[in-house]
Design a protein around this ligand. Structure first.
Ligand code: PBG
Length: 339
């Protein structure tokens, strides 16, 4: 019998991958990806008023908090080891207008909230969103002309004003989620010129026009009143275009690039991982959260296991950071204190 023949015989299989899976300790030893509380960014919704916490119906377990109740929520998250929050405002209809002027009110809801967070929980990283949709009557992320076209450059001018007031209020990072061309560079230049050289930019670089944002738009009452966001957010069918968006944002000065949504776009995260050394964030968006919550409430899936499997897959694909509404649950699970 030749060596070749003997290798073909199953009784002397040289490779038995199952050896490494035999016990829990062995599996832990060879585990390639770990999810850590350090990876998590916790998105939170703030609304005007006092003493209120209103559950978002399409996101069970997620709330719009008034500032006084948001602060203890943030303290609790920080105590659980969560390093960063991403803030989204619920703006009263009375303050919305066609051009989103409230977005750069130095005394607006976001700006006041950032100041209060920085007083109450100074060490947590505060990330503020830059886009006009929470502030416009039409619900689009930019200015709209008579034909319904979203105007790029005039919108960027407003986004810059927004960024400056957020930096002034104390934001550590600003996160443009609007998908206008050139906004990262314009914001970077303006922040630097005003002396905010240490305020970072988390760029929503590959943000897709996605149906997964539905529950978030419920939370903010920001569903577009006409049309859709397809002239600025990316086509779900495109991957090369994501690489182009990422390289532009990096050239314009982004510190962290983001892919959004996450689960249906793991291939995009992976491709970007191969092209940049910058940290990559993945946004586990509202629709991804809602699907898991709904199935878990029906008793159809094991919520805790599905959360860990989903978030681990984002890390395995190449993400360093994950924005997730599950942040507190994950922190509890990882610390062994989840009930
Ligand atoms: C707004 C914005 C959206 C989300 C984050 N920032 C919605 C949108 O673009 O319509 C979605 C987040 C989520 O679904 O969890 N620019």
């Amino acid at each position: 019998m030749t060596v070749q023949d003997s290798l073909m015989k199953t009784d002397i299989l040289l490779h038995r991958p199952r050896r490494l899976r035999r016990t829990a300790a062995l599996r832990r030893m060879v585990r390639e990806t770990t999810l850590s509380v350090n990876d998590l960014i916790y998105p939170l919704f703030v609304m005007e008023g006092e003493g209120q916490k209103v559950e978002i119906s399409s996101m069970p377990g997620c709330y719009r908090h008034t500032l006084d109740l948001l602060l203890p929520e943030i303290q609790q998250a920080f105590d659980l080891g969560i390093n960063a929050i991403a803030l989204f405002p619920v703006i009263s209809e009375l303050l919305k207008d066609e051009t989103g002027t409230e977005s750069y009110n130095p005394d607006g809801l976001v700006q006041r909230t950032v100041k209060a967070i920085k007083q109450a929980v100074p060490d947590i990283v505060v990330i503020t969103d830059i886009a006009l949709d929470p502030f416009t009557t039409h619900g689009h992320d930019g200015l709209v002309d008579d034909q319904g076209t979203i105007l790029n450059d005039p919108t960027v001018e407003i986004l810059v004003k927004m960024a400056l007031t957020q930096a002034e209020a104390g934001a550590d990072f600003v996160a443009p989620s609007d998908m206008m061309d050139g906004r990262v560079g314009a914001i970077r230049r303006a922040l630097d010129a005003a002396g905010y050289i240490n305020v970072g930019i988390l760029a929503y670089s590959a943000k897709y026009a996605s149906a997964y944002y539905g529950p978030f738009r419920d939370a903010l009452d920001s569903t577009p009143k006409f049309g859709d966001k397809k002239t600025y957010q990316m086509d779900a069918a495109n991957a090369r275009e994501a690489l182009k968006e990422v390289s532009l944002d990096i050239a314009e000065g982004a510190d962290i690039v983001m892919v959004k949504p996450a689960l249906a776009y793991l291939d995009i995260i992976h491709r970007i991982r191969n092209t940049t050394q910058l940290p990559i964030a993945a946004y586990n968006v509202s629709g991804e959260y809602a699907m898991i919550k709904a199935a878990a409430q029906m008793g159809w899936i094991d919520e805790k296991k599905i959360i860990l499997e989903s978030l681990t897959s984002m890390k395995r694909a190449g993400a360093d950071l994950i924005l997730t509404y599950f942040a507190k649950e994950v922190a509890l699970i990882l610390s062994g204190n989840y009930i």
